[in-house]
Design a protein around this ligand. Structure first.
Ligand SMILES: [Zn+2]
Ligand SMILES: [Zn+2]
Length: 531
């Protein structure tokens, strides 16, 4: 038996908004006691680790993140809007890709552009990327990871011509003559090209995943939901290997639903363990920044209401699969029309899981009070993974695409906090235009200050307190999808917690994102220590 005692901390347990203790003890990595250190015996105190008065939180849970995409990004050059504000700058940066000049099979890839931040606001097209290379395929992902642009060579490899019909729920954008111009709007169109990019070997994928796991632990994240694990082949195998080789966040994997290739039913062992299949994911609509989110009222200065990206039949099939396999259904739905439609189709059904919501809504950008009430009063059990990072990082695009007066209903965290119990704040990293998006303190600061990176007000009436925002990254997040034994510090829970370099509860709120993680402990083991 291994007994550990930690004293002299300002330990936020996650049990409520105001529950603090000064000491905790672990037996074999599991919390067996929390409380006032004065109650400890002299023997316990003699073996204690002194936290030095520092603030301790339960380890963070990032319930909507894409470690497999983060792993794949290792091969891309970063073209985030902070650096790239024009097509010329984009082309120049892509020309630094290490594959440039290699063989005609080597892809040149980039991630994170946002044309709404370009000086003229126009999207790059194939002809622009042909300036990077005409011999090699070039492909870049938009910051939202839904849409992309490729060059002429990549269109050729994918076999996309003027005669190719648009895939369902997506578009190959075209020029005046009907020829594809390289812009691939929404996932099915993007995948029609990205499928041709050679996959790394399993061993390389495991190595890339382990690097991402290390990065997440250094940011205090001890549990994740990978919301599109099938972006990598054999994801469960890769995760389990990554986990078996040393410290790695516990992981719930969500598989993408592909109507053309129905998922096999899960084996019992796939639902269990440190890396397990937690659900299946579908996309009801596109993204707000690209005006492809499916909205009730048209976008400003247009009659455009965005788009739906899945049929009712496929949505029902995915729900049936989740029910049969006793896992969650996660539905990407940003626009209010999309969210309402999910409730139309699934709200009247009986939930199939008892301890967690059967259906997760991902993002939930526009949530007016009546829509929140609809979700809560439905027979179906719904939970939400939402964000403060989008309004913070992509403020310019939201300012253009939100109808006037809609800001109070955009990511209304205070309203959701009060009404929806299974609720998480999450990063969606790397599907947002912020390099450090996976740092939970960026999201916590944005939730507390409701200020964008530009300083603009993003709805102060929706601000949370620091404790509330932390709960949405810990205890309340654990209500959304179970990541076994994490989210709170209480007897019987895992001894997984983080030690901060300064006190998040008392520093000025605009300094929260500067907080560093001094130590990350997982099951009583120190897995990250700040140099
Ligand atoms: Zn999404
Ligand atoms: Zn996502």
């Amino acid at each position: 038996m291994r007994r550990q005692v930690f004293v002299n901390g300002r330990i936020f347990t996650g049990k409520s908004e105001e529950d603090f203790v000064t000491a905790l003890s672990l037996v074999d990595g599991t919390v067996d006691w929390i409380g006032d250190e004065k109650k400890l015996s002299p023997a316990s105190r003699s073996i204690a680790y002194d936290l030095g008065g520092r603030t301790v939180l339960p380890g963070f849970l990032d319930m909507h993140v894409h470690p497999t995409l983060m792993a794949a990004l290792t091969d891309d050059v970063e073209v985030l809007p902070e650096q790239i504000r024009s097509i010329d700058a984009l082309v120049e940066t892509l020309r630094t890709h290490r594959a440039l000049g290699l063989s005609s099979d080597d892809w040149i890839t980039g991630s994170g552009y946002d044309e709404t931040r370009f000086v003229d606001g126009a999207s790059p097209v194939a002809a622009d990327l042909d300036r990077v290379s005409v011999e090699q395929p070039v492909m870049i992902w938009r910051a939202d990871r839904h849409s992309s642009v490729c060059n002429t060579r990549a269109l050729e490899i994918a076999g996309i011509t003027a005669q190719t019909p648009d895939p369902p729920g997506a578009r190959f954008e075209r020029d005046a003559e009907g020829n594809p111009n390289g812009i691939l709007t929404e996932r099915e169109a993007t995948q029609a090209v990205s499928i041709a990019i050679p996959q790394r070997s399993l061993e390389e994928r495991v190595r890339q995943l382990r690097a991402i796991g290390k990065r997440l632990l250094s940011k205090g994240i001890v549990g994740v939901c990978d919301m599109m694990a099938t972006a990598m082949s054999s994801p469960l195998e890769a995760y389990r290997r990554a986990y078996s080789r040393g410290p790695f966040p516990r992981s719930g994997l969500f598989y993408g639903w592909d109507p053309d290739e129905p998922l096999a039913d899960l084996r019992e062992d796939e639902r269990d363990g440190s890396a397990r299949v937690a659900g299946v994911k579908v996309l009801m609509d596109g993204t707000y920044t690209n005006r492809t989110a499916w909205v009730c009222d048209p976008y400003p200065d247009s009659c455009d209401q965005g788009m739906r990206t899945i049929t009712d039949e496929d949505l029902r099939s995915a729900a049936d699969w989740a029910r049969r396999n006793r896992v969650q259904l996660a539905v990407h739905a940003m626009g209010d029309k999309a969210i309402n439609h999910v409730v139309d189709i699934l709200g009247g059904r009986d939930p199939w899981l008892s301890s967690r919501p059967s259906v997760r809504i991902e993002h939930a950008t526009i949530m007016a009070p009546d829509l929140v009430a609809r979700l809560v009063s439905s027979p179906m059990s719904f939970g939400i993974a939402t964000h403060s990072i989008f309004l913070f990082a992509e403020y310019e695009a939201y300012a253009k695409n939100l109808r006037p007066g809609l800001m109070p209903d955009a990511y209304p965290l205070r309203r959701l906090y009060g009404e929806i119990e299974p609720l998480a704040l999450s990063s969606d990293c790397p599907a947002t235009s912020w390099g450090d998006a996976d740092n939970p303190f960026v999201s916590i600061q944005a939730a507390v200050t409701r200020r964008a990176h530009t300083g603009a007000d993003i709805g102060f009436a929706s601000a949370l307190t620091v404790s509330q925002a932390i709960l949405l990254y810990t205890a309340r997040a654990a209500e959304l999808t179970e990541i076994d034994g994490l989210g709170q510090l209480a007897p019987g829970r895992r001894g997984s917690f983080i030690v901060l370099d300064r006190d998040v509860f008392s520093i000025p709120s605009d300094e929260i994102s500067q907080i560093c993680i001094d130590e990350t402990w997982v099951d009583g083991n120190l897995v990250h220590h700040r140099e």
